[in-house]
Design a protein around this ligand. Sequence first.
Ligand code: 6PG
Length: 252
Amino acid sequence: MANNGREVRTFADLEALSQAAAESIVAIARESVQARGRFSIALAGGNTPKRTYELLGERHRDAIDWSRWQVLFGDERFVPKDDKRSNYKMARDALLAGAPIPVDNVHPIPTDTPTVGDAADAYDRTLRHVLADGTQPSAIDLVLLGVGPDGHTASLFPGSPVLAERTQWARAVEAPTMVQPSVPRVTLTLPCLNGARNVLFLVAGNDKRPVVVEILQGGDGARRYPAAMVRAAGRTVWLVEQSAMPPREQNT
Ligand code: 6PG
């Protein structure tokens, strides 16, 4: 289904969604390596991508040229790397521990700096370094994202001043009050996300349905949701579990 510049695909359950996500990632990685000799990916946090990461490291392990991967992160909670709330820890346990990616090619968002602002500044420099010549737009090959029940994506929350950022690629974010975990974060910004060659949203759970309905219906009100503000320079694809879709879109 095409939706206002997005492609939307619906899946019966998280397993089917995760299989499709893993297959898309493998295909985009292959195209990127063929075209430019490497593949840069920004991983999403939260729970939904976990099964996708496991499938990449298990079922697709031998079909991937891991040495060409450059692994970035779309956002991070400002907690130690072994904290159970850490997005890096989730990705490490589900994917990085089993995938032979050169250690120098994995670029976590630092969480041991004196302040969260220092972490964001450091990650902005990392992004510009990893993405080679630092030209605008950032052109990450693939950004994975989730959607929160309040319409946030990465750690871009509704009403946040960070949504107005135009030059920095990473910014510090105050601890959100409406969603957990309520800790300060670092997030990639809209100019960075929207410069990507591909964006793949992974959306599961019926708590997301009200915002998914609004965003896909595309009324003026939906514009306040950060997830609705993300459009890749290339393709933007939403993979959505049926339970998160508008009722009339289900069973199609
Ligand atoms: C985070 C995120 C966040 C997440 C959504 C969806 O660090 O919290 O990266 O944007 O992707 O909240 O999370 P779930 O997949 O757990 O629903």
